[in-house]
Design a protein around this ligand. Structure first.
Ligand SMILES: Cc1cc2nc3c(=O)[nH]c(=O)nc-3n(C[C@H](O)[C@H](O)[C@H](O)COP(=O)(O)O)c2cc1C
Length: 213
């Protein structure tokens, strides 16, 4: 197989200034719903980019678990490398890519912790096995085998028999509070539509800009 054989000439409706909602969060909602309808397979998967205090970047996939005017929420282990980056440098970028629509959305902003109540509400909604998995895993620590992981899972399964699984103390949510969005719509001949929303310094108004592809 040759990678050169992969060619796409995007044949999708354009995305113009007239189409763009004045509120980028509402615009995200529209595109997110389109992605859900078009594909249905994890439209909430997003690449989360962080940077430590030395400026070393890293990126990984997480699942978006909610969004509203306050921002975009994901949950994770709060002692993981991503959490350490966010402690040192509480800013992040998210990238969604919805291939079947030839669309991508970039979001960046400051990051805050979601409240313990929100975290508990989400954690308690998860399947029990996922809850136990969160207890069993020191996310991104080196482990000697898969058996070790299963052993820890069984340990917590036993420990919490007959009771609700509480939220692990090192588990929680983060909210990316957006100050910039870009909506990218693939178009023919590489003349793609790119509309960027930038928040003003007062944090009050969004400015819409068109970017060259
Ligand atoms: C589709 C998909 C969804 C994922 N969702 C999450 C998530 O919501 N939270 C999370 O901590 N890790 C999630 N992961 C695992 C992360 O990509 C990553 O392996 C893990 O969080 C460790 O990252 P870190 O070492 O950079 O902290 C997901 C992976 C995939 C492929």
């Amino acid at each position: 197989m040759s990678i050169d054989a992969i060619r796409e000439n995007y044949d999708h409706p354009p995305f113009t200034e007239q189409d763009a909602h004045h509120d980028p969060i509402e615009q995200f909602r529209l595109w997110f719903e389109d992605a859900w309808r078009a594909d249905g397979r994890t439209p909430n998967a997003t690449i989360l980019a962080t940077c430590n205090k030395e400026g070393v970047p890293s990126a990984r996939t997480v699942l978006l678990k909610g969004f509203d005017q306050r921002g975009f929420v994901f949950f994770t282990n709060c002692q993981s490398p991503k959490a350490n980056d966010l402690k040192e440098n509480p800013r992040a970028a998210l990238v969604f890519y919805w291939a079947s629509l030839a669309r991508t959305v970039r979001i960046s902003g400051d990051v805050s912790h979601v409240t313990r109540e929100e975290t508990d509400a989400y954690f308690s909604s998860r399947p029990r096995a996922s809850q136990l998995g969160a207890w069993a895993s020191d996310q991104s620590a080196v482990i000697d085998s898969r058996e070790t992981l299963h052993g820890r899972f069984d340990h917590f399964k036993q420990k919490f028999t007959g009771q609700d699984v509480p939220t692990p103390p090192n588990w929680g949510g983060y909210r990316v509070e957006p100050t910039e969005f870009e909506f990218w719509q693939g178009q023919a001949n590489r003349l793609h539509d790119r509309l960027r929303y930038v928040m003003d310094a007062q944090g009050e108004n969004w400015t819409l800009q068109r970017l060259a592809p």
